[in-house]
Design a protein around this ligand. Structure first.
Ligand SMILES: [Zn+2]
Ligand SMILES: [Zn+2]
Length: 76
């Protein structure tokens, strides 16, 4: 019954070595996720690297979305 997929299950937080608990997280991070502290679960976050703001458009937060709009305008 155990397959490699199960075997590879562990916390998805980079660098975290705690045992897998649920939803892709270890016990500690799972609790954080439930409280919404990890951001990803409750809403989409900005795809800009390092940005955790809520994504509003194109997978970007308002700030980065506006920045991209500006760029696009300049380019055309
Ligand atoms: Zn973890
Ligand atoms: Zn952003």
């Amino acid at each position: 019954m155990p397959n490699k997929w199960v075997k590879e299950r562990r916390c998805r937080i980079e660098g975290c070595k705690r045992p897998y608990r649920a939803k892709g997280y270890c016990n500690v991070h799972y609790k954080k996720w439930r409280r919404g502290e990890l951001g990803k679960a409750r809403y989409k976050t900005c795809s800009e690297e390092g940005c955790r703001a809520k994504a509003v458009r194109w997978g970007l937060c308002e700030e980065h979305y506006k920045a991209k709009l500006k760029k696009n305008k300049k380019a055309s």
